[in-house]
Design a protein around this ligand. Sequence first.
Ligand code: KG4
Ligand code: ZN
Length: 338
Amino acid sequence: MPIILAIESSCDETSAAVLSGQNVLSNIIANQNIHSEYGGVVPELASREHQKNIVPVVDKALKDADIDKNEIDAVAFTRGPGLMGALLVGVSFAKSFAQALNIPLIEVNHMEAHVLAHFIKEQSRPDFPDFPFLCLTVSGGHTQIVKVTNHLEMEVLGKTLDDAAGEAFDKSGLLLGLSYPAGPVIDKLAKSGDPQRFEFPIPKIQGLNFSFSGFKTAVLYFLQSQVKNNPDFIKENLNDLCASIQFSIVRILMGKLKRAAKETGIKTITIAGGVSANSELRRQLTIVGEKNRWKTFIPKVEYTTDNAAMIGIAGYYKYLKKDFCSLDLKADPKLRIL
Ligand code: KG4
Ligand code: ZN
């Protein structure tokens, strides 16, 4: 089985993983807390943090996997999409590493990798999604419904026309005074809140596309009008606000996913990306899945937010096809699923 070193640096996590085939031997992630005080990722700071973290993170990934660099068969890296300055660090590192060891280099599309995280071997989950399946890929930068025909063939059936679902969480959280990234905080606070207390509008967008910018504006106007009457409105209703916001975002996502399943006739349904860590989305997928007799797959939480293990599993399938790239290949911040 090939040993693959994988590198991920598309946004604000510096990550390295070592895989032996579909098995993850190590998966090290250095989070960048520096962005929390700015309410979002600051690209230049992200790039600098990656430069600081990349060598120690790779070093730890090799040590934890108990793998010597000479045992590595290929290096997989995130080519895009992502922030240019952030991607450049991982891309340059991967190229130098592969060149020094004279081993193949494998470019990986970050969004395809989120989907392929479902193929990481886990003792707790012996089976994998069968093809074709649908994947709702929801992260801080993207929201897509993808039809997956095989490991390396995917088609985007619908996507967001503006903000991503993760941004809807993060920007709503910012309005509530929560620090970035607010998604996990909203998830936690929502647990003791009433999801039916406040209602936010469901955007009417054609087909399988999404839009979240109107949602964020609706939250803003609602909070402004309430705070005018009661300056402590947010503080006094924080849990209910979080639960209601989360409920509405999940309702929008599940509505389109149900429609996609109906239109395509596909009944194997998966979720992926940072927002797929959301407990309400996971719960709703299970409930709706049972009702509609879908076969559902929910990724392990550690493989939902950005991580290099998912880059490694995507690299593995490309390795099997000898789909290697040249050292001239450039990072592509707008790389798309073709
Ligand atoms: O996939 P990811 O780590 O990075 C991108 O590729 O963008 O996704 C990050 C996004 C952030 O917007 C974060 O708030 C959201 O995922 N997120 C969550 C949860 N955990 C992470 N959103 C809602 N509930 C969560 N538990
Ligand atoms: Zn991601």
